[in-house]
Design a binder for this molecule. Structure first.
Ligand code: NAG
Ligand code: NAG
Length: 280
């Protein structure tokens, strides 16, 4: 009995971690994670391929968004979130990493990469994920997929995790893509009770950030997003999508959801991004 009592909290913790840890088998495993998808429909964007992991992005003991992460290219395939009005809060100076991509037994909550490496000097954190040092002097921005500007603190802070960023052309990140994000902010604030957003990146065939002769982080060919916005009665009222070639060209091309699916079909087997393509 004494043995049982001592083991009990440990077993509960083990169960808790494996059932709703940060890296999950499937987004449906946690209601707190699948809620970022409209009608709980998770689009299939190559999720069953090897090297793909599902991350429920947890920070301060709360889930803030969901990311499908590609551990081969070391970039996100997409992040899924619901829009929140921002109340400012600046840029977090830390860059978080996902401890469970180092070791599945580690805590299921994003941690400051700098602190984590100080605590584990003998363990390389970057086997399955990009690290801050990969981006340093690379000529590319750490481009947020789920943008900090679409959130209030602390979700805003949680977007500063390297599993939510990709190498983005600085001109595109700071100009056309940034303007597009701001345009969506005013659209969502003005018209939507709630907006479900997907933001993704399409890897390039052979363009990488290379460090010490190692292909570390794939430089995506395209950045894209898509949204479904609903009114107070939960009815879809607005939808749209956009793509941008990840170059100096600095152009964002807006599309309908159907045109977006046509575009994505060049890369993935997919028939819809949102349940009933966000139609009332
Ligand atoms: C969020 O980031 C801001 C800007 O760095 C910082 O001042 C604040 O303490 C952070 N808050 C939390 C809850 O992480
Ligand atoms: C993960 O961490 C546990 C506990 O520290 C350790 O026993 C195990 O060997 C680690 N696994 C890997 C793959 O490093």
């Amino acid at each position: 009995m004494a043995v049982f009592l001592t083991l009990y909290p440990f077993l509960v913790e083990m169960f808790f971690c494996s059932a709703i840890g940060h890296v999950v088998e499937n987004f449906w495993d946690s209601s707190e994670c699948v809620k970022f998808f409209y009608m709980e429909k998770v689009p299939d964007l190559g999720a069953s391929q090897p090297h793909m992991v599902h991350i429920c992005q947890r920070y301060l003991n709360t889930y803030h968004f969901a990311t499908l992460y590609d551990t081969y290219h070391r970039t996100a395939v997409y992040s899924a979130y619901t829009f929140e009005s921002s109340n400012g809060g600046g840029r977090d100076k830390r860059w978080f990493v996902e401890p469970q991509l180092v070791n599945l037994t580690w805590p299921g909550e994003m941690e400051d990469g700098y602190t984590l490496s100080q605590q584990n000097p003998d363990i390389y954190l970057g086997e399955k994920q990009a690290l801050n040092e990969d981006y340093t002097n690379s000529g590319f921005d750490r481009g947020h997929l789920n943008p900090n500007g679409h959130h209030a603190v602390p979700s805003r802070n949680a977007t500063f995790t390297l599993t939510n960023v990709v190498p983005q052309n600085p001109t595109l990140n700071q100009n056309a893509w940034n303007k597009h994000e701001s345009k969506l902010t005013s659209l969502f604030n003005r018209h939507c009770q709630k907006a479900y957003v997907l933001v993704g990146a399409i890897p390039s065939p052979n363009n990488w950030i290379i460090k010490n002769n190692v292909k570390r982080v794939n430089i995506p060919e395209y950045i894209w997003n898509a949204y479904c916005c609903i009114d107070q009665n939960g009815r879809p009222i607005l939808s749209g999508a956009a793509t941008a070639l990840n170059t100096e060209l600095n152009v964002v091309e807006e599309r309908s959801l159907d045109a977006m699916v046509d575009f994505l079909q060049l890369f993935y087997p997919i028939n819809e991004l949102f349940s009933s393509q966000c139609n009332a």
